[in-house]
Design a protein around this ligand. Structure first.
Ligand SMILES: [Zn+2]
Ligand SMILES: [Zn+2]
Ligand SMILES: [Zn+2]
Length: 153
C-alpha cells in the first residue's frame, strides 16, 4: 500500500479515504474489475459514492500508472493494479478470462518485431497496445480436468 500512497503524492493527488479505499480494493482482490464492480463493492462502506466519481478516480489512478486499463470479458475496459517495480517502464499485462486475475508480463515481443513491421509497412512505430487474454494456471487446470472446454453440456 505504501508505494501506491507515495505514487499518489508524487503525482500531486491528495490521499483521500476514497482513493485509499480504491487502492485497498485492488490490493485485496488481486484482480481486475469494471468501474461498476468497484462501485458495487465500495458504495456500502464509503456511502454516497456516485458511479461517475468512481470512473474519474480510476482514470486519475490510471494516469499515474497505478492502475492499468485492460480489455477483459465482453471487450469492456477493466482496471487492475500494476505491480511492476517501475510501472512506467514499458511492459504488458495478461488477464485471465475466467477468474479475472491480472499478471505482469516482463519485456516486450513487439519490440523484437518492430524492425520487420517497419520494413513491411514503411511506418515508423511510435507505440502499441497489446491485449493478452487467457486462462491462468489454476483455471487452465480446471479446464483440463473436465476434458475439452466445449465437451460438457
Ligand atoms: Zn504493470
Ligand atoms: Zn484464472
Ligand atoms: Zn510492448
Amino acid at each position: 500500500m505504501q508505494r501506491y500512497i507515495r505514487m499518489l503524492r508524487d503525482g500531486k493527488l491528495k490521499v483521500t479515504p476514497r482513493r485509499e479505499a480504491i487502492l485497498a480494493y485492488f490490493l485485496k482482490e488481486g484482480k481486475y474489475a469494471t468501474p461498476e464492480q468497484v462501485w458495487e463493492d465500495l458504495r456500502l462502506s464509503l456511502g454516497r459514492l456516485g458511479l461517475p466519481t468512481v470512473y474519474r478516480n480510476l482514470e486519475e489512478l490510471h494516469g499515474l500508472g497505478i492502475l492499468v486499463r485492460v480489455e477483459g470479458a465482453e471487450n469492456r475496459f477493466h482496471y487492475g493494479l500494476c505491480r511492476a517495480d517501475d510501472p512506467h517502464a514499458h511492459h504488458h499485462h495478461i488477464v485471465c478470462m475466467e477468474c479475472r486475475r491480472m499478471q505482469e508480463v516482463e519485456g516486450c515481443l513487439v519490440e523484437a518485431l518492430s524492425g520487420r513491421i517497419e520494413a513491411e509497412t514503411g511506418f515508423k512505430l511510435t507505440g502499441h497496445t497489446i491485449n493478452l487474454q487467457g486462462l491462468c494456471r489454476s483455471c487452465a487446470v480446471g479446464v483440463a480436468d473436465t476434458g475439452h472446454p466445449g465437451d460438457h453440456r
